[in-house]
Write a protein that binds this ligand. Structure first.
Ligand SMILES: [Zn+2]
Length: 196
């Protein structure tokens, strides 16, 4: 597991003001989560056992983990035995599948990822991390879990020699991801999370 010493920053000030479509996606995402909560009678998305399971390390089943950070309500921890980093309050499989099956924000996000400005922004961010990897002589084998529109996969193929594999549920980007990855790795497409 490779950890980066902060800060690894990329200039993103005023980006939402400059590109209203980005703001639109953030607001739509928030509304989609709020609607989900309303349908289920309120509560908190990340602490209600209607939505999440509190899990042990998915790699080695160890119960002990060190707290790393909380991002958007997800509690990231690191296993004290195998060092795997995971989200402790993990969404239930059926919640995720139903959420992604009807999510209009995911579709909006995929369209934005094909916008030139967004491609440039993410490429600059990926470059910053990959430069650190190359400097550390890391021979990376990457698995992109939830490859989406393929922006990250495309960057790895065009700019590095690392092997890359990916997993994605979405039908819409299946063909593109398959054509990108080819001999550099394996692409798994699933109809459901259980299938993957
Ligand atoms: Zn572990």
């Amino acid at each position: 597991m490779l950890f980066f010493t902060p800060p690894v920053n990329f200039e993103n000030k005023n980006r939402r003001e400059k590109y209203p479509h980005i703001s639109e996606v953030f607001c739509a995402g928030q509304k989609e989560c709020e609607d989900l909560l309303k349908e289920d009678g309120g509560g908190h998305l990340f602490s209600s056992n209607k939505f999440v399971n509190f899990v042990h390390c998915p790699v080695c089943s160890n119960e002990k983990a060190k707290s790393l950070l909380v991002k958007w309500g997800g509690h990231y921890v690191q296993c004290t035995l195998c060092t795997h980093v995971y989200v402790r309050n993990m969404f239930k499989k059926e919640v995720l599948e139903s959420f992604y099956a009807r999510s209009y924000v995911e579709s909006m996000q995929r369209k934005i990822q094909r916008n030139d400005d967004d491609i440039n922004y993410y490429h600059a961010m990926y470059k910053k991390y990959f430069d650190l990897c190359v400097a550390s002589n890391q021979n990376l084998s990457i698995l992109d879990v939830g490859a989406g529109a393929g922006g990250f996969v495309n960057y790895v193929i065009e700019n590095t020699t690392f092997s890359i594999s990916a997993i994605e549920l979405c039908e819409e980007t299946k063909g593109y991801l398959e054509s990108l990855i080819g001999k550099r790795g394996i692409f798994w497409h699933g109809k459901s999370i259980g299938h993957l």
